[in-house]
Design a protein around this ligand. Structure first.
Ligand SMILES: NC(=O)c1ccc[n+]([C@@H]2O[C@H](COP(=O)([O-])OP(=O)(O)OC[C@H]3O[C@@H](n4cnc5c(N)ncnc54)[C@H](O)[C@@H]3O)[C@@H](O)[C@H]2O)c1
Length: 310
């Protein structure tokens, strides 16, 4: 029997609900929104369903507090947990989100033992590591969203500076989803033209700095929460790559077992995403300077994973 992909989204707050919106508009599948807040995911699911006739999308939209409604999902996106407030780092969320992630991943994995888990909750690399431990899923089926967003921020700033279309700007950001992320300007091109031919080094550095602080810049403006439009769009681009088996090459937090000289941690690297989840980690020949940045970032992720005290 053929059926639409089933996509469950845990946490129906800003990021989760916006993910559901993208899933609907792109007709990625049937959506289940889970949240602890009574009525809220039900209300958002009904509201979203009622935009179907206007925007011409089909699909079922269910809101629930009960993980049994997520049974046999193909993909489970985890966005539940605390978000940053001004002055907080992503690491400040570790303790509170550890409890939430342990609970929701265990419940999700029990209902959907064959699903792919896409983690969004911060601190991202650490929560993705925790999710793999709690679920016991193979590494190909547990990954985290960070690099697509970080690269999208860099691409946006480059396009704004050069006054060109964002469509023509490609970029790659590796590393942990935090202050030590590793934007790689050598791999940034505008319609194939290396960025270094279009912009002086000091401007490239300035845009890298803005990208590193990209999340904090928005937290400071919003005051009551963190970014969600671009994070949700980035997450659902990854989900689309998997449910449509597109084999896209995207930077994601993936489990490393020796790639880039790193082992037993989640870290942002370019991967091929398809129906099997993370189908391949792509290893680049980085320069010594780039590798130093990678090692610094990996050390920060490792310190955070140790904080989990697993
Ligand atoms: N990886 C990224 O690039 C990225 C980007 C943006 C936000 N985030 C992270 O995503 C998370 C969510 O951000 P947000 O802006 O949507 O926050 P939010 O506060 O708007 O939503 C979080 C939701 O989680 C729900 N929740 C809490 N405990 C739950 C549980 N046990 N079961 C089900 N639902 C539960 C809350 O009720 C709330 O509705 C945060 O940790 C944030 O830091 C990550």
């Amino acid at each position: 029997m053929m059926r639409r992909p089933k996509i469950s989204i845990v946490g129906a707050g800003n990021v989760g609900a916006t993910c559901a919106h993208w899933a609907a508009v792109k007709e990625l599948g049937d959506v289940v929104l889970v949240d602890v807040v009574e009525g809220m995911p039900q209300g958002k699911a009904l509201d979203l369903a009622q935009s179907g006739p206007v925007e011409d999308f089909d699909g079922s939209f269910v809101g629930t507090q009960d993980f049994r409604d997520t049974a046999n999902s193909d993909v489970v996106v985890i966005t539940s947990g605390m978000a940053r407030k001004p002055g907080m780092t992503r690491e400040d969320l570790l303790e509170a989100n550890k409890q939430i992630i342990t609970k929701v991943v265990s419940a999700s994995a029990a209902q959907s033992p064959g699903a792919i888990l896409v983690m969004v909750t911060n601190p991202l690399d650490t929560m993705t590591y925790l999710a793999r431990k709690v679920s016991g899923f193979p590494k190909a089926r547990v990954l985290g969203q960070a690099g697509v967003l970080d690269a999208a921020r860099f691409r946006t700033f480059v396009a704004m500076e050069l006054e060109v279309s964002v469509e023509d700007v490609q970029a790659l950001v590796m590393g942990g989803h935090g202050d030590t992320m590793v934007p790689l300007p050598r791999y940034c091109t505008v319609s194939g033209i290396p960025l270094s031919e279009l912009m002086p080094p000091d401007r490239i550095e300035a845009l890298i700095a803005r990208t590193r602080d990209g999340g904090a810049e928005i937290v400071k403006l919003l005051k009551t929460g963190s970014a969600y439009y671009a994070p949700a769009a980035s997450t659902m681009q990854m989900v689309e790559a998997m449910v449509r088996d597109k084999k896209r090459v995207l930077p994601c937090a993936a489990y490393l077992e020796g790639e880039y000289g790193l082992r037993d941690l989640y870290f942002g690297v370019p991967v091929r995403l398809g129906a099997q989840g993370v189908e391949k980690v792509i290893e680049l020949a980085l320069t010594e300077g780039e590798m130093n940045l990678v090692r610094t970032s990996a050390a920060a992720v490792r310190r955070s994973i140790e904080e989990l005290k697993l």
